[in-house]
Design a protein around this ligand. Structure first.
Ligand code: NAD
Length: 464
């Protein structure tokens, strides 16, 4: 897949102007939006193998099946959901105007806002570019996309499929790193969807503030799993393993660390070891293990392990995997609060496992930190789960499993506080990228005709 040079910064503004002028000239109607989504679906479906190859080349190796699941299937089903519901979501809603305004009629229309900017990260480079893009298209907008500089071959593929699905004045792509991103975030979009780190999210919000651009911020952070004393460890280990080692741990909603009742800490680690061996120790299994995306990220992760070694923490390598930047699934036991492993989002296959004495202690530990993007309570006891949900407000929750709320039907997806603001997926995204336009239709005869001095005439109406 050919890679393209960076977009010169001076091209950004004229491209936005072109997208906006075309949108003003002809706002996409229902048929247009449906056709656009259908073409986008076909363009992606026709390239699933090329997509998996491009992502793998960008990562140094990415499991083909992980690409097909997370960047293929998930995107195709979200496009299907958008297409299936579009007519209903677009329908103007009649609402009551209140008896005082009788006989006026009131409605809310979901209007497109104009041009939506999308800034996407590298970790699911098709999913996190195309789901926001498809949602913006469903809502009747034009889109300007800036993907991550770390996945240039995937961006080449995105350019190709978007050029097939859309005319250039409906969807455009800008290419480049943080300088391009900073200039892009400063453009006067009608809405901006940013997916990436919390640190860059702060900069994006500051840039958007100058234009009062509405934002959806999909950020990161440390998403905890809490394994309660009643939950079977084998099942917890299997589900944690999927959440943590899918995509080499480079998932915004991966369980970042695990809190488990202290008496079962070591048994959980043994169960995790069995899981890792069953998944990754056999011949050819390394093909299904995704590499760390760049040398810089591999060094950052190695730094966590070096720090753990300096502190004398127990570190358990769960399965050896061959290959460059194939960082093994690793557990670090009871890292202290001030260790970088417990301070920063790990975003890799290292899993801190900490024992807790009481469930209240575990809840208080999480609640004292930034609100997480995802929360994973494991318990068959409804009261324990409810206590966790009551004590911790997270962006999203899967109970007794990991990751799955991301792709679940009608659930909105988004963070809270340091893990983001706003939400998308399905209706939530459609609403976020639309203007809910309230319209009051006055009639020939109107109660408001009475709204003039002398007000004494309507005193009774006011005081009623
Ligand atoms: P990142 O913040 O480094 O980069 C994200 C995007 O922002 C890239 O396209 C980058 O070029 C661009 N960018 C860099 N500097 C910018 C600036 N000053 N202004 C505007 N844009 C700029 O993130 P990343 O390393 O690509 O992705 C990993 C992070 O993303 C993790 O923190 C992860 O948790 C988070 N993430 C969140 C979600 C979610 O849905 N909430 C999904 C995936 C990843």
């Amino acid at each position: 897949m050919p890679t393209h040079p960076d977009t010169p910064v001076e091209e950004l503004q004229p491209t936005l102007a072109r997208l906006r002028a075309a949108w003003r000239a002809r706002k996409p109607d229902r048929t247009q939006r449906g056709d656009d989504l259908a073409r986008l679906r076909t363009a992606l479906k026709d390239r699933l193998d090329a997509m998996a190859a491009a992502i793998s080349a960008d990562f140094g190796h990415r499991s083909t099946h992980e690409s097909l699941i997370a960047d293929g299937l998930t995107v195709l089903s979200e496009i299907d959901r958008l297409r299936g519901h579009l007519g209903r979501w677009m329908k103007p809603r009649r609402v009551g105007a209140g008896w005082r305004l009788w006989p006026a009629r009131a409605e809310v229309r979901m209007e497109p806002v104009g041009v939506v900017g999308v800034i996407s990260p590298w970790n699911y480079p098709v999913n996190l570019a195309l789901i926001p893009l498809a949602t913006a298209i469903a809502a009747g907008n034009h889109v300007y996309l800036k993907p991550s500089e770390l996945t240039p071959r995937t961006t080449g593929l995105l350019r190709e499929l978007l050029a097939e699905a859309f005319p250039p004045d409906r969807v455009a792509v800008a290419q480049g790193g943080s300088d391009t991103g900073a200039a892009f975030a400063a453009l006067p979009f009608d809405h901006l969807v940013f997916t990436g780190s919390t640190a860059v999210g702060r900069k994006v919000m500051a840039a958007a503030a100058a234009n009062l651009t509405p934002l959806t911020l999909e950020l990161g952070g440390k998403s905890p799993a809490i394994v309660c004393a009643d939950f079977p460890l084998e099942q917890a280990a299997a589900r944690l393993a999927t959440g943590k080692w899918f995509n080499g741990g480079q998932t915004c909603i991966a369980p970042d660390y695990v809190l488990v009742d202290a008496a079962r800490r070591d048994a959980l680690v043994e169960a995790l070891r069995r899981e890792a061996r069953a998944r990754y120790a056999g011949a050819g299994a390394a093909a299904d293990y995704t590499r760390i995306v760049s040398p810089a990220h591999a060094d950052r992760l190695q730094g966590y392990l070096d720090d753990a070694a300096r502190r004398g923490l127990a570190t358990v390598t769960l399965a050896e995997i061959d290959g460059e930047r194939a960082l093994a699934p690793t557990v670090v036991l009871d890292p202290p609060d001030d260790a970088p492993l417990m301070q920063e989002e790990i975003f890799g296959p290292i899993l801190p496992v900490r024992g807790y004495a009481t469930l209240d202690e575990a809840i208080a530990f999480v609640a004292a930190r930034d609100r997480p993007l995802a929360l994973y309570p494991f318990s068959r006891d409804r009261d324990s789960v409810e206590r966790i949900l009551d004590g911790i407000l997270a962006g999203g929750v899967t109970v007794n499993d990991t990751l799955l709320h991301f792709g679940a039907g009608a659930l909105p997806f988004g963070g809270i506080g340091a893990s983001g603001m706003g939400a998308y997926h399905g209706r939530a995204g459609f609403d976020a990228m639309s203007k809910a336009l309230p319209i009051l239709w006055q009639r020939r005869l109107a109660a408001s005709d009475l709204l003039k001095p002398p007000y004494a005439r309507i005193d009774r109406l006011i005081r009623r």
